[in-house]
Design a protein around this ligand. Sequence first.
Ligand code: CUA
Length: 182
Amino acid sequence: MNETQIILAVLFPATALLSVAIGVRVIKSTAPGEQRKGADIEALAERENRYAVLVTMLLIGLLAITLFFIPYGEGAEDDAQQVTVEAFQYGWKVTPSNIQAGRQIEFRLRSQDVQHGFGVYQGDKLIKQVQVPANTPGSDDPLGPEQRMVLTLDEPGTYRIACLEFCGSGHHLMVGEFEVVG
Ligand code: CUA
């Protein structure tokens, strides 16, 4: 299992179940039945405080763990190969189109027009994708803001690019490819 699969298979269901358990607990604690027992208010308050501390610690713990799985803002290593990608209606310009296998790639992506989605495929499998922001209408700059995506491709071969954001009547034609050499 890779990191994403662990999150989807374990952490996400665990968090969902925990949320349900906490929800049930809260609903039960506010039910008239429990209040009528003439409970000791101070003991209840103390118990709720303990729960609040526990839940807060759990949430902070989960945040701390999952923060490291966020795939954005990842910086490239100093010796990464830089690949410039220009997105346009309807195609991709990748420079250089020959990329080395096993070495980190820093894609630098910009759009000539509207927002596009840069998806890299190996065969039918989507490896990674990122959005390419639109160029501001009326801007003097022929290209929009830069987006970056860091990726290492270990297997040589032809990788396909597909646009993953609807960008006009030719969106489905917006495909491309690049070579990764060993
Ligand atoms: Cu570009 Cu869809």
